[in-house]
Design a protein around this ligand. Structure first.
Ligand code: FES
Length: 92
């Protein structure tokens, strides 16, 4: 995989940036995510996670099953106050 190849399309993270993160100490998906933002985009890693795992395996000499999955995070989206509770009920 060429260093210029975009691995995470959502966050525009290249293979070279991910390799650099691994060489700087990232040892799992969550660590790569924290250092590069790969996997934090709109698809939440559905598109790029398998490619990041491949890079981790190649750089660290691991098998795919050895790479711990990223800790899941719910997507953050704005919600109207009315979706959380009824403001009129606060008076009771
Ligand atoms: S392609 Fe990486 S988060 Fe979507």
């Amino acid at each position: 995989m060429d260093d210029e190849l975009i691995v995470c399309r959502c966050e525009e993270v290249t293979a070279g940036e991910i390799r650099r993160a691994i060489r700087d100490g990232a040892r799992d998906l969550s660590a790569v995510k924290r250092r590069t933002r790969a996997g934090m985009g709109l698809c939440q890693g559905r598109t790029c996670e398998s490619l990041v795992v491949r890079l981790l395996c190649k750089e660290l000499g691991l098998r795919a099953g050895d790479v711990a999955p990223a800790s899941p995070r719910p997507p953050v989206v704005p919600v109207p106050f009315g979706a959380i509770g009824d403001p009129d009920e606060a008076d009771h």
